[in-house]
Design a protein around this ligand. Structure first.
Ligand SMILES: [Zn+2]
Length: 281
């Protein structure tokens, strides 16, 4: 139960950032980038959707919000007459999955992992519509075209994170779990540290070269995954070692340093908060 307020706080923080005048100034506008054949990353403000042109339809990942989804319709319609047949939710955080109604009203099927469902009950939001189809393990979208595997690795960031693997493009779509040379968000709200590290190591077993993201860069090299695994491993090992020396929990927060990550984005803002989150974990 404790996770829902955290998820709500995360969504509110990101919503405020993206809807504030400062946020708009920094993150304004929208654009579309073709990142592989028939695969497009669509940026709106500080968030990103991905859409895929299949043989007879279009698949959209993470419509973000009603405004972003309405604008997203333009590049899709400019590229193809095919209808949007499916909208896939990456996970339960509303900064990514609001706005699907415009596609559902036009006939699209909304898909997510089944563990996302509780969020719609606990945090009703008129912009966030429930999925029509859920899955419990992995899922193959029943549409001809680019091969897409929807993969579930257990809880990590939230409890219903779906990673999309595009084996023909040697590419994965990973939302929120990965950023390039950047500490994960804030005080790690709604992250399960041990499961996050386990999931990242399992994702690393997939065959791919590049990672499409839900914030900032459209696509980055897979080395970012190894870097992120390194960060979580080093963070958890350093905290554990300090606790095992008998250092008190509050003292650990002042003691643990990882100078190799000092040049990562948001290190100075968030590193101490990460230590605290892992101490309590
Ligand atoms: Zn998230």
């Amino acid at each position: 139960m404790a996770k829902w307020p955290l998820a709500l706080i995360l969504c509110a923080l990101i919503f405020l950032l993206e809807s504030s005048p400062v946020g708009a100034q920094i993150l304004g506008g929208s654009d579309t980038t073709e990142i592989a054949e028939n695969l497009y990353s669509y940026r709106h403000g500080g968030g990103r959707s991905l859409w895929v042109e299949m043989d007879n339809s279009v698949i959209v990942f993470d419509p973000m919000n009603t405004t972003a989804a309405a604008v997203l319709n333009d590049p899709i319609k400019a590229a193809t007459d095919k209808p949007v047949s499916h909208v896939i939710y990456s996970h339960e955080h509303y900064d990514h999955i609001r706005g699907a109604k415009i596609f559902a009203d036009a006939g699209a099927t909304i898909v997510s992992h089944e563990n996302c469902l509780d969020t719609f009950d606990y945090i009703p939001d008129p912009e966030a519509i429930r999925p029509d189809v859920t899955f419990s393990d992995n899922y193959d979208i029943p549409v001809a075209g680019t091969k897409i595997e929807l993969l579930y690795f257990g809880r990590n960031h939230g409890d219903c994170m779906t990673v999309a693997h595009f084996p023909e493009h040697r590419l994965v779509l990973i939302i929120d779990l990965i950023a390039e040379k950047s500490l994960p968000f804030g005080s790690l709200p709604d992250y399960y540290p041990g499961d996050t590290l386990r999931s990242l190591k399992e994702i690393a077993q997939l065959d791919f070269d590049r990672i499409a993201l839900g914030h900032r860069s459209a696509v980055i090299d897979r080395a970012a995954l190894d870097d992120t695994i390194g960060y979580w491993s080093d963070l958890m090992a350093a905290v554990k070692a300090e606790l095992e020396k008998g250092t008190g929990a509050f003292e650990v927060m002042e003691t643990v340093e990882l100078p190799q990550y000092r040049d990562w984005r948001n290190h100075d803002r968030w590193f101490k908060r990460h230590v605290e989150r892992v101490v309590w974990h």
